[in-house]
Design a protein around this ligand. Structure first.
Ligand code: XMP
Length: 327
């Protein structure tokens, strides 16, 4: 077998050779393991000549953008720009209920913002007499195959990463240090690179984020409810020591109201659906068999702590025929 330590050394050398002594590189980071590992490799190879861009689209998990930017910038020393575009994204999502439209809006707005940020960086770099010549992508080996064969709702994963315009307009060349690796290898690499375990083991998160987990119209208030419920859910899963057993877990906010009672008041509030699945390839998945006491704790905390929710249900649907996401 080959060791990950030698992979790091070889890859750093390969990146230095490809990029050369003066060119600069840009890349989007999301706070997920793939883009973080890819960014750290670039940082080790060429330091501040690598520019990471994180777009806060307003529909990431609660506190995720802040936590990820601290990890990348302060702990990993990556040259990072965070673009706060939450209001812009939420403005464009106003009144939109169709899941595929939500995906398109988020994908297109992401590209728009990333391109604008790239143009700003390009202007700065040019002042130093240099040029941005490469675009980093955290593509893994399964993505390389999937992009050819995969169909279905998740086929739009690619719209999020569709930076074809950028490659053409700025004449950027792609750099993909992870394209021969599987997820478990990327995680092993992340550990060697001293990336925080929370980040390395974080469940996958769709590009459109909480926007496809708020069913129906995405408003700031609906995002708040979904985020707070999701945060409690994940916190309790971690406390119960189940986080790594589950492949993906999240809270979805249903667009229906249910009757409840609090003290001597009748309430009429929304419903949270909890989803947790076990899967190896995300093409098929089984719902996770929670111990009842864990579900009980999660449900009581969400209903008591999240304003606007008076009922919790657990999703017992396998994929297929259900998908992992509700939208
Ligand atoms: P489904 O819901 O199709 O999801 O069973 C399979 C996996 O893909 C993720 N997913 C997405 N990821 N953009 C993404 O980046 C998307 O539009 C998207 N839709 C689904 C989903 O979270 C699961 O891991």
């Amino acid at each position: 077998g080959w060791s990950m330590n030698s992979f790091i050394d070889t890859e750093i050398e390969r990146i230095r050779t490809i990029v050369g002594p003066t060119a600069e590189v840009i890349g989007a980071v999301s706070g997920g393991v793939d883009s973080t590992v890819a960014a750290k490799l670039l940082n080790l190879a060429i330091g501040d000549r690598f520019h990471a861009i994180m777009v806060d689209n307003g529909v990431m998990r609660l506190r995720e953008c802040e936590e990820a930017s601290v990890e990348l910038r302060e702990k990993l020393g990556i040259n990072l720009t965070v673009v706060d575009a939450a209001d812009l994204f939420l403005g464009k999502l106003k009144g939109v209920t169709d899941p595929e439209k939500k995906r398109k809006i988020i994908g297109n707005t992401f590209i728009e913002i990333f391109e604008a940020e790239a143009a700003k960086l390009e202007a700065d770099v040019e002042k130093k007499g240099r040029k941005i010549e490469f675009l980093l992508q955290g593509t893994l080996y399964p993505d390389v195959i999937e992009s050819v064969s995969f169909k279905g709702p998740s086929a739009t994963i690619k719209t999020h990463h569709n930076v074809g315009g950028l490659l053409a307009n700025m004449k950027l060349k792609l750099i993909e240090p992870l394209r021969e690796l599987f997820k478990d290898e990327v995680r092993a690499l992340g550990e060697l690179l001293k990336i925080d375990a929370n980040l390395i083991w974080r469940h996958p998160f769709p590009g459109p984020g909480i926007a496809i987990r708020v069913l129906g119209e995405v408003t700031p208030e609906q995002v708040r409810i979904a985020r707070e419920a999701d945060y409690i859910y994940i916190e309790e899963i971690k406390k119960a020591g189940l986080y790594r057993k589950i492949s993906q877990a999240y809270a979805a906010l249903l667009p229906v109201k249910a009757v409840g009672v609090m003290g001597d008041h009748r309430t009429y509030e929304q419903v949270i659906a909890l989803r947790a699945v076990e899967t190896t390839d995300f093409m098929t998945a089984d719902w996770f068999e929670f111990p009842y006491d864990v579900l009980k704790k999660i449900s009581s905390r969400i209903i008591n702590e999240v304003k606007g929710v008076n009922r919790c249900v657990y999703d017992i649907s396998s994929k297929p025929p259900a998908t992992i996401e509700w939208e």
